[in-house]
Ligand binder design. Structure first.
Ligand code: NI
Ligand code: MN
Length: 229
Protein backbone atom coordinates (compact mmCIF):
# COMPACT_ATOMS: atom_id res chain seq x y z
CA UNK A 1 0.00 0.00 0.00
CA UNK A 2 1.27 3.47 -0.86
CA UNK A 3 0.88 6.11 1.80
CA UNK A 4 -1.57 8.91 0.97
CA UNK A 5 -1.23 12.47 2.26
CA UNK A 6 -4.46 14.46 2.60
CA UNK A 7 -4.27 18.17 3.35
CA UNK A 8 -6.92 19.26 5.88
CA UNK A 9 -6.12 22.98 5.65
CA UNK A 10 -3.67 25.16 7.63
CA UNK A 11 -1.04 22.77 9.10
CA UNK A 12 -3.38 19.79 9.46
CA UNK A 13 -2.43 16.71 7.48
CA UNK A 14 -3.76 13.16 7.46
CA UNK A 15 -1.39 10.42 6.34
CA UNK A 16 -2.78 6.99 5.51
CA UNK A 17 -0.09 4.44 6.33
CA UNK A 18 -0.04 0.66 6.58
CA UNK A 19 -0.10 0.98 10.37
CA UNK A 20 -3.17 3.24 10.40
CA UNK A 21 -3.95 6.93 9.97
CA UNK A 22 -1.49 9.52 11.25
CA UNK A 23 -3.05 12.91 11.93
CA UNK A 24 -0.80 15.97 12.34
CA UNK A 25 -1.87 19.24 14.03
CA UNK A 26 -5.65 18.65 13.87
CA UNK A 27 -7.02 22.21 13.84
CA UNK A 28 -10.41 21.19 12.42
CA UNK A 29 -13.40 22.65 14.30
CA UNK A 30 -11.84 26.13 14.47
CA UNK A 31 -10.81 26.20 10.82
CA UNK A 32 -13.55 27.21 8.36
CA UNK A 33 -11.48 25.62 5.52
CA UNK A 34 -11.36 22.19 7.14
CA UNK A 35 -13.06 19.57 4.94
CA UNK A 36 -13.73 17.29 7.95
CA UNK A 37 -15.13 17.59 11.46
CA UNK A 38 -13.25 16.22 14.47
CA UNK A 39 -15.69 13.29 14.75
CA UNK A 40 -15.07 12.25 11.13
CA UNK A 41 -11.43 11.25 11.60
CA UNK A 42 -10.21 8.02 13.16
CA UNK A 43 -6.47 8.28 13.57
CA UNK A 44 -4.28 5.68 15.24
CA UNK A 45 -1.66 8.37 15.89
CA UNK A 46 -1.82 12.14 16.42
CA UNK A 47 1.38 14.19 16.10
CA UNK A 48 1.32 17.68 17.60
CA UNK A 49 4.05 20.24 16.82
CA UNK A 50 3.22 22.87 19.47
CA UNK A 51 0.58 24.17 21.85
CA UNK A 52 -0.91 27.02 19.79
CA UNK A 53 -4.63 26.63 19.19
CA UNK A 54 -4.25 26.33 15.41
CA UNK A 55 -2.08 23.20 15.91
CA UNK A 56 -3.17 21.50 19.15
CA UNK A 57 -6.67 22.13 17.81
CA UNK A 58 -9.05 19.23 18.49
CA UNK A 59 -6.31 16.80 19.62
CA UNK A 60 -7.77 16.12 23.09
CA UNK A 61 -11.31 15.45 21.86
CA UNK A 62 -10.18 13.24 18.94
CA UNK A 63 -7.74 11.27 21.11
CA UNK A 64 -10.35 10.62 23.80
CA UNK A 65 -12.88 9.34 21.27
CA UNK A 66 -10.56 7.34 19.01
CA UNK A 67 -8.01 6.16 21.57
CA UNK A 68 -5.24 7.41 19.25
CA UNK A 69 -1.71 7.61 20.59
CA UNK A 70 -0.75 11.27 20.90
CA UNK A 71 2.91 12.10 20.20
CA UNK A 72 4.19 15.51 21.31
CA UNK A 73 7.18 17.27 22.89
CA UNK A 74 7.47 16.39 26.59
CA UNK A 75 5.86 19.47 28.16
CA UNK A 76 3.01 19.63 25.66
CA UNK A 77 2.44 15.87 25.87
CA UNK A 78 2.30 16.13 29.66
CA UNK A 79 -0.29 18.93 29.35
CA UNK A 80 -2.35 16.78 26.95
CA UNK A 81 -2.17 13.89 29.43
CA UNK A 82 -3.44 16.23 32.15
CA UNK A 83 -6.52 16.90 30.00
CA UNK A 84 -7.50 13.24 30.37
CA UNK A 85 -5.82 11.71 27.31
CA UNK A 86 -4.48 8.29 28.42
CA UNK A 87 -2.35 7.34 25.47
CA UNK A 88 0.51 9.85 25.18
CA UNK A 89 4.08 9.31 24.01
CA UNK A 90 6.40 12.22 24.72
CA UNK A 91 9.67 12.86 22.90
CA UNK A 92 12.05 15.74 22.52
CA UNK A 93 14.12 17.60 19.95
CA UNK A 94 16.58 15.31 18.21
CA UNK A 95 14.91 12.21 19.60
CA UNK A 96 14.02 9.30 17.33
CA UNK A 97 11.67 6.47 18.20
CA UNK A 98 10.31 3.59 16.14
CA UNK A 99 6.51 3.40 16.06
CA UNK A 100 4.39 0.83 14.16
CA UNK A 101 4.30 3.23 11.16
CA UNK A 102 8.07 3.75 11.09
CA UNK A 103 10.84 5.86 12.57
CA UNK A 104 9.89 9.29 13.85
CA UNK A 105 12.38 12.07 14.59
CA UNK A 106 11.46 15.27 16.37
CA UNK A 107 13.25 18.25 14.78
CA UNK A 108 13.84 21.82 15.88
CA UNK A 109 11.43 24.61 14.95
CA UNK A 110 12.00 28.26 15.80
CA UNK A 111 8.68 29.45 17.19
CA UNK A 112 6.72 29.55 20.48
CA UNK A 113 4.57 26.96 22.20
CA UNK A 114 1.82 27.76 24.67
CA UNK A 115 -1.81 27.05 25.41
CA UNK A 116 -3.91 30.11 26.14
CA UNK A 117 -6.80 29.18 28.38
CA UNK A 118 -9.15 31.22 30.56
CA UNK A 119 -6.99 34.30 30.27
CA UNK A 120 -3.79 32.51 31.23
CA UNK A 121 -0.76 31.54 29.20
CA UNK A 122 0.47 28.03 29.89
CA UNK A 123 3.86 27.52 28.26
CA UNK A 124 4.30 24.08 26.75
CA UNK A 125 8.03 23.89 26.07
CA UNK A 126 9.69 23.87 22.67
CA UNK A 127 7.82 23.66 19.39
CA UNK A 128 8.99 21.04 16.89
CA UNK A 129 8.78 19.57 13.44
CA UNK A 130 8.72 15.88 12.48
CA UNK A 131 10.58 13.60 10.09
CA UNK A 132 8.37 10.55 9.50
CA UNK A 133 10.08 7.59 7.83
CA UNK A 134 7.31 5.41 6.42
CA UNK A 135 8.07 2.27 4.45
CA UNK A 136 7.61 3.96 1.08
CA UNK A 137 8.48 7.60 1.72
CA UNK A 138 9.99 10.07 4.16
CA UNK A 139 7.82 13.04 5.09
CA UNK A 140 9.04 16.22 6.80
CA UNK A 141 6.40 18.39 8.48
CA UNK A 142 8.21 21.57 9.55
CA UNK A 143 5.59 22.78 12.04
CA UNK A 144 5.58 26.55 12.55
CA UNK A 145 9.11 27.83 12.08
CA UNK A 146 11.41 30.42 10.67
CA UNK A 147 13.96 29.50 8.06
CA UNK A 148 17.01 27.92 9.73
CA UNK A 149 20.31 26.71 8.39
CA UNK A 150 20.00 23.27 10.04
CA UNK A 151 17.38 22.44 7.41
CA UNK A 152 20.42 21.58 5.32
CA UNK A 153 21.36 18.98 7.96
CA UNK A 154 17.81 17.61 8.04
CA UNK A 155 17.93 17.24 4.25
CA UNK A 156 21.37 15.63 4.37
CA UNK A 157 20.47 13.08 7.04
CA UNK A 158 17.07 12.18 5.57
CA UNK A 159 16.22 11.60 1.95
CA UNK A 160 13.01 13.60 2.07
CA UNK A 161 10.28 12.55 -0.32
CA UNK A 162 7.70 15.13 0.72
CA UNK A 163 8.28 18.34 2.71
CA UNK A 164 5.34 20.26 4.17
CA UNK A 165 6.47 23.87 4.69
CA UNK A 166 4.71 26.95 6.04
CA UNK A 167 4.60 29.86 3.57
CA UNK A 168 2.21 32.32 5.23
CA UNK A 169 4.77 34.70 6.75
CA UNK A 170 4.15 36.86 9.83
CA UNK A 171 4.36 33.92 12.30
CA UNK A 172 6.54 31.65 10.14
CA UNK A 173 8.58 31.58 6.93
CA UNK A 174 7.07 33.38 3.97
CA UNK A 175 7.33 32.39 0.31
CA UNK A 176 10.85 33.82 -0.06
CA UNK A 177 12.16 31.94 2.98
CA UNK A 178 10.31 28.74 2.11
CA UNK A 179 11.85 28.67 -1.40
CA UNK A 180 15.28 29.03 0.26
CA UNK A 181 14.32 26.20 2.64
CA UNK A 182 13.49 23.93 -0.30
CA UNK A 183 17.06 24.39 -1.58
CA UNK A 184 18.42 23.35 1.84
CA UNK A 185 16.09 20.37 2.35
CA UNK A 186 16.11 19.11 -1.26
CA UNK A 187 12.85 17.16 -1.08
CA UNK A 188 11.42 15.46 -4.16
CA UNK A 189 8.13 17.24 -3.58
CA UNK A 190 7.12 20.24 -1.48
CA UNK A 191 3.58 20.98 -0.33
CA UNK A 192 2.86 24.49 1.02
CA UNK A 193 0.85 24.92 4.22
CA UNK A 194 0.00 27.48 6.93
CA UNK A 195 -1.28 30.23 4.61
CA UNK A 196 -4.54 32.13 4.19
CA UNK A 197 -6.39 30.78 7.27
CA UNK A 198 -6.08 34.30 8.76
CA UNK A 199 -5.80 37.64 6.90
CA UNK A 200 -2.21 38.31 8.14
CA UNK A 201 -0.91 35.10 6.55
CA UNK A 202 -2.70 35.47 3.21
CA UNK A 203 -0.39 34.17 0.46
CA UNK A 204 -0.78 32.79 -3.06
CA UNK A 205 0.42 29.15 -3.14
CA UNK A 206 0.64 29.32 -6.94
CA UNK A 207 3.33 31.98 -6.61
CA UNK A 208 5.25 29.61 -4.31
CA UNK A 209 4.82 26.78 -6.83
CA UNK A 210 6.12 28.95 -9.68
CA UNK A 211 9.18 29.97 -7.70
CA UNK A 212 9.95 26.43 -6.47
CA UNK A 213 9.87 25.20 -10.04
CA UNK A 214 12.08 28.04 -11.30
CA UNK A 215 14.57 28.23 -8.43
CA UNK A 216 14.89 24.68 -7.06
CA UNK A 217 15.10 21.10 -8.33
CA UNK A 218 11.99 20.05 -6.37
CA UNK A 219 8.42 19.73 -7.55
CA UNK A 220 5.65 21.66 -5.83
CA UNK A 221 2.18 20.28 -5.34
CA UNK A 222 -0.50 22.67 -4.11
CA UNK A 223 -3.29 20.80 -2.34
CA UNK A 224 -6.63 22.42 -1.55
CA UNK A 225 -8.14 21.34 1.77
CA UNK A 226 -9.50 17.84 1.23
CA UNK A 227 -7.16 17.02 -1.67
CA UNK A 228 -4.64 14.18 -1.49
CA UNK A 229 -1.24 13.28 -2.86
NI1 NI B 1 2.13 28.58 16.12
MN1 MN C 1 0.38 28.30 13.54
Amino acid sequence: MRSIITYLGHAAVLIKSEAGDILIDPFLSGNPDSPVKPDEVNPKFILVTHGHGDHLGDTVEIAKRSGALVIAPYELGTYIGMQGVRNVHTMHIGGTFTFPFGKLTMTIAHHGSAVIKEGEIIYTGNPCGYVIKLKDRTIYHAGDTSLFMDMELIGERNKITVALLPIGGNYTMDIDDAVYAVNLLKPEVVIPMHYSAFPVIKKDPEEFKRRVEEETKSRCIVLKPGESY
